[in-house]
Design a protein around this ligand. Structure first.
Ligand code: AHM
Ligand code: MG
Length: 337
């Protein structure tokens, strides 16, 4: 009989047997997983837990916060602040970084998260998730915002938890991608797939088509060619999915391939895109690369972007390698003209 492996055992083996992660990072990831379990319970309760609807406040990006955005943010902070493994945290829902209070010991890691991604899906009972990224704190006693501004290739762990028909945690520490499903009877995340691989080719794309008239030429060209199907230059039909939860869209791509795009568009030309680099694009880009896919902003590898601001936005193209390469080539050809 196949042995069943809990997240705890998986992480202990990564630390002890394979020496891939230090003990402090293992503890940190366990705490993040515990927080995700708690968020999953709140999500499941829905209206019965009085967690649906707006909180009546706005975040730093000017977006209306939902009650669950705030609950998930608090759960992550409370779970992580006292363990001694973290120096500070940053979140989509907080303007400033959150220093671990002086009453607790401080560790060497920085944790960034989007506590509840896909907020527009909360009240309509569609999949949502938590995205997280872990960095090492640079030398120094106090943590400043600039300490968080590290390129994505410096991440030491990244993952997400999707709250869908199943609650699933997907994780990388830089040695492939592993998937864990929450066993509610045992209260544990159990390893359900190791070494996830994204097929290099796909016939499925994910983009919010309602923005088509606002796109720039390379994105228009790529999607237009997909839509022409078998009769067009691609010579094959494409399918489309758009969940409006990046977590759920990326989860599908890690499971069966596909390409996900949230490009810059003309609605707000001063913004590089909708999604945030530090706690959305970077962790997802690393997971996708670890699974054999690719992730760019149309011009360059997302993981190589030098961040300038904690909440900066970025254009995102990620998923099956050959499709991402094609989109990136279309951007390069336009730039060369
Ligand atoms: P959020 O972090 O405020 O929930 O916003 C991010 C989400 C992504 O999960 C998703 O891909 C995108 O916004 C959907 O945007 P749109 O509603 O414009 O299609
Ligand atoms: Mg988000």
């Amino acid at each position: 009989m196949a042995k069943s492996i809990s997240l705890t055992r998986y992480l202990v083996e990564q630390q002890r047997v394979d020496g891939l992660i230090p003990a402090q990072l293992r503890l940190l990831l366990e705490v993040v997983a515990r927080a995700c379990k708690s968020i999953s319970h709140s999500v499941n309760k829905g209206a019965l837990g009085e967690v649906l609807g707006s909180a009546g406040s706005e975040n730093v990006q000017g977006e209306i916060q939902k009650k669950l955005d705030i609950i998930a943010n608090e759960v992550l902070i409370e779970a992580n602040e006292w363990g001694g493994h973290l120096a500070a945290m940053a979140s989509e829902e907080m303007d400033e970084i959150y220093q671990v209070p002086n009453r607790y010991p401080r560790g060497e890691y920085l944790l960034l998260f989007d506590p509840l991604d896909g907020s527009s899906n909360i009240d309509v009972n569609v999949s949502i998730g938590t995205i997280f990224s872990v960095l090492l704190k640079p030398e120094g006693v106090d943590v400043l915002e600039k300490d968080f501004l590290q390129a994505g290739h410096k991440q030491v762990a990244a993952g997400y938890c999707v709250y869908g028909p199943q609650t699933t945690l997907v994780l990388t520490v830089g040695h492939g991608v592993a998937m864990f499903t929450l066993d509610r009877e045992q209260g544990s995340f159990m390893l359900t797939q190791e070494d996830l691989r994204i097929p290099e080719d796909t016939q499925e794309f994910a983009i919010n088509m309602s923005n088509m008239r606002h796109w720039d030429a390379p994105t228009k060209r790529y999607i237009d060619e997909c839509l022409q199907g078998r009769e067009g230059p691609r010579g094959k039909d494409f399918n489309m999915r758009w969940i409006a939860s990046m977590v759920a869209d990326v989860h599908r791509i890690l499971t069966r391939g596909g390409v996900f795009m949230y490009p810059w568009d003309k609605r707000e030309p001063g913004k590089a895109g909708k999604l945030r680099l530090m706690y959305e694009a970077n962790p997802m880009a690393w997971l996708v690369e670890q699974a054999g896919g690719a992730a760019t902003d149309g011009q360059q590898r997302i993981l190589d972007i030098a961040p300038e601001q904690l909440h900066q936005r970025v254009s995102v193209v990620l998923g099956s390698k050959n499709e991402v390469d094609r989109v990136t080539q279309y951007y390069a050809q336009t730039a060369a003209k």
